[in-house]
Design a protein around this ligand. Structure first.
Ligand SMILES: [Zn+2]
Length: 241
């Protein structure tokens, strides 16, 4: 399948590269005593800035019919709804997860959390996480777009991972991060003498230099370049210009 964030090939809804930027926002483990046939079962729920995962009761039906307890991991923006419902005679949280992306298999599944007692905290964590996931997704796609649309200096290209193509139909994000302002192009003043020709070429060099530094910063801020790699690439740039 394709990573729902960056669009590269992935084993799950979020690829390994993107999950390096994952931060856990909420997690809880609990045991539900007196469930089906009075059996005790262990459950777990984890909300990060890109995924919801854990061990829950999963069903294809909102009634919870034929639910099975299993591990799951989904892209956070695929959560359609999170509400309190009645499940096996008790109040429980139900998380509705839906994938409508054309790239991957489409599904709707209902996750139930029997015996879970922190519904309000979980619902708040999901709301907070979805905003963070939307911002992060936008940043990752932007970085990939910037890195793939402009050739980097040959020396830098070797250490920058190959950017994944932008997904054909990006998921609409509720709170997109502001895009960085496009670098202003050097004024194309008509040179009238040798001096102004030289000056305008200096100006465009400085402009190019600033653009490249900005790109390196974006790569570093998104964790694609380490601080050391960033400093090394910056040093190389300084020596070129
Ligand atoms: Zn990815």
């Amino acid at each position: 399948m394709k990573c729902l964030i960056c669009g590269s090939d992935s084993a799950g809804e979020v690829c390994n590269k993107c999950s390096r930027l994952e931060k856990i926002l909420y997690q809880k483990e609990w045991t539900n005593k007196g469930g089906f046939m009075r059996k005790s079962e262990d459950f777990r729920i984890v909300v990060s800035n890109m995924r919801i995962s854990g061990r829950v009761a999963i069903s294809d039906k909102s009634s919870g019919l034929n639910a099975r307890t299993d591990n799951m991991s989904h892209y956070l923006l695929n959560i359609q709804d999170c509400s309190q419902v009645n499940y096996q005679g008790k109040s429980t949280v139900m998380v509705k997860i839906e994938n409508t992306s054309g790239e991957n298999a489409q599904y709707t599944r209902y996750c139930f959390l029997p015996g879970f007692e922190e519904a309000d905290q979980l619902i708040a964590a999901i709301a907070d996480g979805k905003q963070k996931a939307a911002t992060l997704t936008d940043r990752i796609r932007q970085t990939n777009g910037i890195a793939s649309s402009t050739p980097a200096p040959a020396s830098a290209a070797a250490s920058i991972p190959t950017p994944a193509p932008r997904p054909a139909a990006p998921t609409p994000t509720p709170a997109p991060a502001p895009r960085p302002a496009a670098p202003t192009p050097a004024p194309a003043a008509a040179p009238s003498s040798y001096d102004t020709v030289a000056l305008s070429s200096v100006a465009s060099d400085i402009n190019e230099f600033e653009t490249k530094i900005k790109k390196l910063k974006v790569l570093r801020d998104n964790g694609i370049l380490s601080e050391e790699e960033y400093q090394a690439e910056k040093k190389k740039l300084v020596s070129i210009f």
